[in-house]
Write a protein that binds this ligand. Sequence first.
Ligand code: HEC
Length: 177
Amino acid sequence: MLKKTLVLCLAVLAASLSYAQPAAPDGAQAKPEAAPAAAGATMTPVQRADSAAKGSLKNPYKDDDAAAVAAGSKLYLNYGCNGCHGGTGGGGMCPPLTNDTWIYGGDDDTLFRLVAYGTDTLQGKGYSRKAQENVVGPMPQMGQVVKTDDDLWRILVFVRANYHGAPECKFGCPPNS
Ligand code: HEC
């Protein structure tokens, strides 16, 4: 059963990567205004993650911000997160985003980096799995697909709004729980 789910998840991965390829534009680099990154300026998710010290990324949106959550919901679907994680992040063929099991950590900084970099690059930066969901597989590098850091923050606040795990574990369980 577990094996079957993993295979399905990887099949979706292959499909999503083939659609993601043409959408990963060289244009992101070519845009002149993207280069000198002023503090508040919009960047691609990868630029944002590269430019911020580990642990310092924080979602500017709160999950009671209905407009941001609604926008995040649309973006989540537009960028195809639902193909793997289900329409509201409940899991589908890949790990759920809304329970209290956080694979690398549940804080904003870690989730942003995981989605921006994908599993391979994140692990290359020294992160390792601390917890395991029922499905284990690599998360693709969606930071080449999601256009801006702002889009990614709104997606992640939508994910937060759908959280249904233990309240104390919403941003990662406290150390001794
Ligand atoms: C091809 C399938 C696939 C797509 C598309 C995908 N993911 Fe993932 N995602 C995964 C897998 C597999 C993991 C587990 C990664 C690991 O264990 O290294 C994961 C993990 C995550 C996690 C951490 C979950 C946890 O419990 O710690 C978040 C958050 C996440 N994805 C968000 C997103 C968002 C947002 C998008 C869309 C921008 C997205 N994913 C698109 C497959 C996918």
